[in-house]
Design a protein around this ligand. Structure first.
Ligand code: CA
Length: 232
């Protein structure tokens, strides 16, 4: 099945060039010409990836990105930023974007980043996981706890999914880093801890006494599904 991309970009020339190129690479492309339309489509239709310009009419890309995450959607988001807006990239990543490219960008680099994001987001084939109060809708990239949407970044979602696929298995930080981030370097293992801490804040009723993501001293973590867990 071809992966679908939503391109939110108000500059018509760039929109046309880029959608042609993405289609020639085999992606199904839909587009939106302003932030409002971008948000509406992103939350109404299932996309595998969203390319989001920051400077947009009606609603800027930051607001759109934040609001998409608030809806509980973890679809990977790639931001298009202007050359001299380094601060903007940081803001964007904090709001839940996964990566960015700077305009004017090299198309090959953009394609490589798209591929990397999609590869990380590739799912195992199971559609829904239910662990007690926690429900993970893999295809819809949505997580709810007691029916309430949980706001996760795409990376947090991928990490949670990796845990869900390995219930009860002790996973080392190196292994998690390699499988979820694709890094080989062990210098980034702290990254895993940071994301686990963030997931606990969002998923656990008592983050300091976690029920789902358990620390395994000196090794890493283990996900406990508990009674009543099932795959659908
Ligand atoms: Ca623009």
């Amino acid at each position: 099945m071809n992966e679908s991309i939503l391109l939110v970009e108000d500059e018509e020339g760039l929109r046309m060039t880029l959608s042609d190129r993405l289609r020639s690479e085999g992606y199904v492309v839909d587009f939106a010409v302003d932030g409002q339309e971008g948000f509406d489509k992103a939350t109404r239709l299932p996309f595998d990836l969203i390319i989001l310009d920051i400077m947009l009419p009606l609603r800027n890309g930051f607001d759109v990105c934040r609001d998409i995450r608030r809806e509980g959607l973890a679809t990977p988001i790639l931001l298009l930023t202007a050359r001299d807006q380094t601060a903007e990239k940081v803001v964007g990543l904090k709001l839940g974007a996964d990566d960015y490219v700077t305009k004017p960008f090299d198309t090959l680099e953009l394609l490589a980043r798209i591929e990397a994001l999609l590869r990380r987001a590739a799912y195992s084939g199971q559609n829904v996981y239910q662990f007690r109060s926690l429900r993970i809708d893999v295809r819809g990239t949505k997580v709810t706890r007691d029916g309430v949407p949980v706001y996760l970044s795409a990376r947090e979602f991928q990490l949670l999914l990796y845990f869900a696929e390995h219930v009860g298995v002790t996973l080392s930080r190196d292994e998690i880093l390699r499988e979820v981030w694709g890094y080989d370097a062990t210098t980034f293992t702290r990254t895993v801890d940071v994301h686990v801490a963030s997931l606990r804040q969002k998923l656990e009723s008592e983050p300091k006494r976690p029920e789902f993501i358990i620390t395994v001293p000196a090794i890493g973590y283990k996900f406990e599904g508990g009674k009543g867990s099932s795959g659908v």
